[in-house]
Design a protein around this ligand. Structure first.
Ligand code: ATP
Length: 638
C-alpha cells in the first residue's frame, strides 16, 4: 500500500514538472523586435517577394478572397502556409518551398484544428494551380478521413482516391510511392549513360494522421521516401511528425529535406528547409533556442467548404469533359471506309492520349495482343471498339474474324444475326458465345485447319512470310481471332482445356507468318507461357498483371482508361516518357446504341450480297458447316 502511494506521489510530481515545462514552453515567444523601422521594411519586401513566388491561388488568403478561375499554370513550387507576425501590427506571408524542393511536416496531427485547416488550404492551393493531370494525390487520415470529405468530388471523378484510414491502406500507399521513386532495374543493371528522366507528374502524399498501429518499419519506409522522393517527383506532407516514440525506441529526428512547422499554444514556428541550416532540436525544450525563422507564425485557416467544393467540382467536371471520347473518334472518315490493305499488317486507333490518336498494330513484330482487366473494367467495350475500328478500315477480303466470347454478357453476339436484328458483321466467319466450351473448341479447330492450309500455300509458293504471298497476288485476308474471357475455356484439367491450349499455342507460334493474329482478353491473364508471343499488352483497371510485375503504370486507372504497351508489358519509371507505353482514353461503345446499330447496318449492307452469315456456336448448338468455298479465300474471291 505504502509503495503504491509512493508511486502515485512520484507520478503527481512528474505530471507537475511536465505542466510547468509546457507553460514555460508556451510562454517562450520569440523576443519582440526593437528595430521597428527595419521590421516594417523587411515585411514589405517579404510580401513583395511572396507575391512573385506565390501568385493567384498559391498565395491569396483563401478565407477572404476567392482567387477566381482555376489556373492552368506552371507547377506550383512555393506555397503560402500562413502569415508571419514579427510585431503586433506587422505581418508578411509565410511561404515555404514544397514541390520540386522537399517536404513539409507539422508537429501535431490533424486532430489539431489549426493543422486540419492548414492541410486543407495547402491541398486546395496546389490542386487549383497545378496543370490538369500533373499532380497525383494520395491521402492518409487515420482519424476518420473526414478531413478530406470536401474534396469528395475528386474521388468520384477518379482524380484522387478517398483517404485511407488504416495501416493496411498506408502500407499500400507507401508501396505505390516506393514504385514511383525506385527505378525498376537494380542500379547495376541500369545503363550508366541513361539520360536523366523527365518527370511530367508529381506525386503528393499527405498524411494527416498516422494510424495508431504504425510500426517502426512503416516509419523507416516514410523516412526512406523522404530521402529519395524529391529527386523522383515525390513530396510528403506529414502532420504529427516526429511521431511519439514507439516503445523504448528513441524519438525520430526531423524528416529529411523538410520544412518543419512546430505548433505552440498561440502560434507556430517554422524551421528546417530553408529557414535553418543546422538541424533543429529533436524535442521541444524551453531552454533550447529555436533554430528556424525567429518569428511567430499563424497558420492559414480552413478555406470555406463552399470554395473547396467549387474547385473540386470544377476540376472533376473538366477532367470528365476532357476525358470524353466517342467511338466515331476512333474510326476513319466514312468516305475512307474499307480503303486499307492488310498486306503488310493492320492497325487501328484504340484510344486518345491527350488529343492524339493512339494506334496498335498487327504486324510480324506485334502479331498478338493480350488484354487484362477486372470484372467491369471495360474489356468488352475495348474489344468492340477494336472490332469496329478494324472492320471499318479493312474490307472482308482483307480481314476475317473468328470471335469467341465466354463472358456472361456474351456481347460479341451482337455481330451475329438475331431475331430483332438480322444483320451481321460481314467479316465474321465463326462466332462462339454463351460460354459454350465445346463450341469454342470447334472454332479453334477451324482456325487450326486454316493455319495448316495457309502453311501449305506458303510452302507451295516457296515463301516464308505472309506479305510475300500477298505481293505475289494471293488474295488471302488476314485473320484476327478475338477470345473474350479465355480463362473460362482454359480452366480445369479436362480434355477441352488441354486441346484448346495446344491449338492456341500453335496459332500463337505460327500465326504471324500466315497472317493470323490473336487478341486474348481476361480478368486473370498471367497464367500461360503462350503469352511470350503477345508483345502488345493492354491493361485496363485491375489488369496490371498483363504488364511486367514491376510495371505499376496501370495502378489506379479509372474505367475508360487503358495502358497500352507494345513491349510485352516492359516497365520503366512512372511519369517518365516511355516510347513503348501510353495511357489512353477509350469510349464506351454502348453509350450510344443507335450509333452502334447504324454502324453494323452500314457494314452489313456493304457486304457481298452472296456472302453467308457467320457460323454461330451457342449453348451446345452445332451449326451446319460452312460451304468449303468460304474457308478457301484464295478461290472464294477470284
Ligand atoms: N470507356 C468507358 N467509359 C465509361 N464507361 C465505360 C467505358 N467502357 C465501359 N464502360 C462501362 O463499364 C461497364 C463494364 O463494361 P464492360 O462490360 O465492357 O466491362 P468488362 O470488363 O467486359 O466486364 P465483365 O468482366 O464483367 O464482362 C459497363 O457498364 C460499361 O458501360
Amino acid at each position: 500500500m505504502e509503495r503504491i502511494e509512493q508511486a502515485a506521489a512520484l507520478h503527481r510530481q512528474a505530471a507537475a514538472v511536465v505542466h510547468a515545462a509546457a507553460q514555460a514552453l508556451d510562454d517562450h515567444v520569440p523576443l519582440p523586435r526593437t528595430d521597428l523601422a527595419e521590421q516594417h521594411e523587411l515585411a514589405l519586401r517579404l510580401t513583395q517577394a511572396a507575391a512573385k513566388l506565390t501568385p493567384g491561388w498559391l498565395g491569396a488568403p483563401l478565407d477572404k478572397v476567392d482567387p477566381g478561375p482555376l489556373g492552368e499554370q506552371r507547377r506550383p513550387e512555393f506555397i503560402r502556409i500562413g502569415s508571419g507576425h514579427p510585431l503586433d501590427d506587422v505581418e508578411f506571408p509565410a511561404v515555404v518551398p514544397l514541390l520540386g524542393a522537399g517536404h513539409l511536416t507539422f508537429s501535431a496531427d490533424s486532430r489539431d484544428p489549426r493543422v486540419a485547416g492548414a492541410l486543407r488550404s495547402i491541398l486546395l492551393r496546389l490542386l487549383a494551380t497545378a496543370p490538369a493531370g500533373t499532380l497525383i494525390v494520395r491521402a492518409v487520415d487515420a482519424v476518420g478521413g473526414a478531413l478530406f470529405a470536401p474534396f469528395g468530388a475528386l474521388a468520384d471523378a477518379g482524380l484522387m482516391p478517398p483517404a485511407v484510414t488504416e495501416r493496411a491502406g498506408l502500407q499500400a500507399i507507401l508501396t505505390e510511392a516506393e514504385h514511383w521513386v525506385m527505378p525498376n532495374r537494380p542500379a547495376d543493371q541500369r545503363r550508366p549513360a541513361a539520360r536523366p528522366r523527365r518527370r511530367d507528374c508529381t506525386m503528393l502524399l499527405i498524411i494527416a494522421a498516422l494510424p495508431s498501429a504504425v510500426t517502426q518499419d512503416d516509419l523507416a519506409r516514410i523516412v526512406g521516401l523522404a530521402q529519395n522522393g524529391p529527386a523522383a517527383g515525390l513530396h510528403l506532407i506529414i502532420a504529427g511528425w516526429p511521431p511519439l516514440p514507439l516503445g523504448p525506441k528513441p524519438a525520430l529526428p526531423a524528416l529529411p529535406a523538410s520544412t518543419q512547422v512546430s505548433l505552440r499554444t498561440e502560434y507556430s514556428l517554422i524551421g528546417g528547409l530553408p529557414f535553418a541550416t543546422a538541424a533543429p532540436p529533436t524535442g521541444p525544450s524551453p531552454t533550447e533556442v529555436w533554430l528556424g525563422l525567429h518569428v511567430p507564425v499563424k497558420l492559414d485557416p480552413d478555406p470555406p467548404a463552399r470554395l473547396t467544393q467549387r474547385v473540386c467540382g470544377e476540376l472533376a467536371e473538366r477532367f470528365t469533359a476532357q476525358g470524353q471520347v466517342h467511338l466515331m473518334d476512333l474510326l476513319p472518315d466514312p468516305d475512307q471506309w474499307w480503303s486499307e490493305t492488310s498486306a503488310e499488317g493492320m492497325s487501328t486507333t484504340v484510344g486518345l492520349a491527350g488529343d492524339t490518336p493512339v494506334s496498335l498494330h498487327f504486324t510480324d513484330l506485334t502479331p498478338h495482343w493480350l488484354v487484362g482487366g477486372r470484372a467491369g473494367a471495360g474489356k468488352t467495350a475495348f474489344l468492340i471498339n477494336v472490332l469496329y475500328g478494324l472492320c471499318t478500315r479493312y474490307d472482308p477480303d482483307e480481314l476475317q474474324l473468328y470471335l469467341l466470347d465466354f463472358s456472361e454478357t456474351g456481347a460479341l453476339r451482337q455481330f451475329t444475326p438475331t431475331e430483332e436484328d438480322p444483320s451481321w458483321l460481314p467479316h465474321a466467319l465463326e462466332v462462339g458465345v454463351d460460354s459454350d466450351r465445346e463450341g469454342g473448341l470447334a472454332v479453334l479447330r477451324s482456325l487450326e485447319r486454316e493455319l495448316t492450309r495457309r502453311t501449305a500455300i506458303l510452302n507451295d509458293a516457296g515463301v516464308t512470310r505472309f506479305h510475300q504471298l500477298r505481293s505475289a497476288g494471293a488474295p488471302i485476308p488476314r485473320i484476327v481471332c478475338v477470345i473474350n474471357e479465355f480463362q473460362r475455356l482454359l480452366a480445369g484439367n479436362d480434355e477441352i482445356a488441354a486441346e484448346a491450349a495446344n491449338l492456341l499455342e500453335s496459332v500463337a507460334k505460327q500465326g504471324r507468318s500466315v497472317g493470323m493474329h490473336l487478341v486474348m482478353c481476361s480478368q486473370k491473364a498471367r497464367s500461360s507461357n503462350i503469352f511470350g508471343q503477345f508483345l502488345v499488352r493492354v491493361a485496363l483497371p485491375g489488369g496490371g498483371d498483363v504488364l511486367e510485375a514491376t510495371n505499376d503504370s496501370a495502378a489506379s486507372l479509372p474505367v475508360g482508361r487503358a495502358v497500352v504497351n507494345t513491349a510485352g508489358g516492359l516497365g520503366g519509371p512512372r511519369g517518365a516518357t516511355r516510347g513503348h507505353e501510353k495511357t489512353v482514353r477509350f469510349p464506351d461503345p454502348h453509350a450510344d446504341a443507335q450509333v452502334l446499330a447504324a454502324l453494323r447496318q452500314r457494314l452489313w449492307q456493304a457486304r457481298e450480297p452472296a456472302s453467308a452469315p457467320p457460323l454461330v456456336y451457342a449453348a451446345g448448338r452445332v451449326p451446319a458447316p460452312r460451304p468449303p468455298a468460304a474457308l478457301q479465300p484464295d478461290t472464294a474471291h477470284d
